[in-house]
Write a protein that binds this ligand. Structure first.
Ligand code: 3DU
Length: 219
């Protein structure tokens, strides 16, 4: 994934024509498009090959199973044309290893969820977040998912994983997080859903977020 605009669209619409229309509109403003269960369950896994011409596709299936099942899931998703898969880290080292090994064979990326961005993540997940980040770094995953709603956690997770792994951060806009705060805390890419796909002008909204990001980056 090229680090250009540092913006990823979370495309949680249910209609494939709408998904294509929005992807076309924001292509050039985003470095990747994240698809997940809402769109894929509504329109089939083949939506990935229709969208990949607009941007690399990150499949957010938060894969969380035993190693063999994890591998089978990731194989299907990579075969469908996705460039990266998001997996859960709480299932442990062997489940993660199955995904990372496959991704290495296929020259694809795995991003590992550390702590989620919603309030309920504080109930159970936050306690494991730092250990999951360390595990992702030890296994040389491509990166981790960390909450833009808590920039201080992004900073802590960056310290744990170092500079080799990427951080991608959801929670900007509808969930209250700020793109510039997340970038300043150490996020490489912000992930934005509703603020883009519910906008009357998704391209204009994306360009606005990219301008905000560019104001605070030094490289
Ligand atoms: O809140 P938004 O509409 O900008 O969408 C955020 C997207 O990121 C959405 O697809 C959601 O499933 C995903 N996500 C989180 O919001 C929080 C996480 O910790 C991980 C993924």
């Amino acid at each position: 994934m090229e680090k250009n605009t540092r913006l990823i669209l979370a495309l949680d619409v249910l209609d494939s024509d709408e998904a294509i229309r929005i992807s076309k509109a924001v292509a050039g403003h985003v470095d990747a498009i994240k698809v997940g269960y809402p769109l894929v369950l509504a329109s089939g896994l083949q939506i990935i090959e229709k969208l990949v011409k607009y941007a690399p596709i990150i499949a957010d299936f938060k894969v969380a199973d035993i190693p063999n099942t994890n591998r089978l899931i990731c194989e299907q998703v990579f075969d469908a044309g996705a460039d990266a898969v998001i997996v859960q880290g709480f299932t442990g080292h062997d489940s993660l290893e199955a995904c990372v090994e496959l991704a290495r064979e296929r020259k694809k990326d795995i991003f590992v969820v550390t702590e989620m961005s919603h309030p309920g993540a504080l109930d159970l997940m936050q306690e494991a977040g730092k250990a999951i980040a360390k595990m992702a770094a030890d296994q040389c995953a491509s990166g981790v998912v960390a909450p833009a709603t808590r920039p201080e956690r992004v900073k802590q997770i960056r310290r744990i994983i170092g500079e080799e792994l990427a951080i991608i951060s959801p929670g900007v806009g509808a969930q209250g997080g700020s793109a510039s705060d997340a970038i300043m805390a150490g996020t490489d890419w912000v992930i934005v859903g509703r603020s883009l796909y519910q906008s009357a002008d998704p391209a204009g909204a994306a360009a606005g977020i990219v301008r905000e990001i560019k104001k605070v980056i030094k490289d």
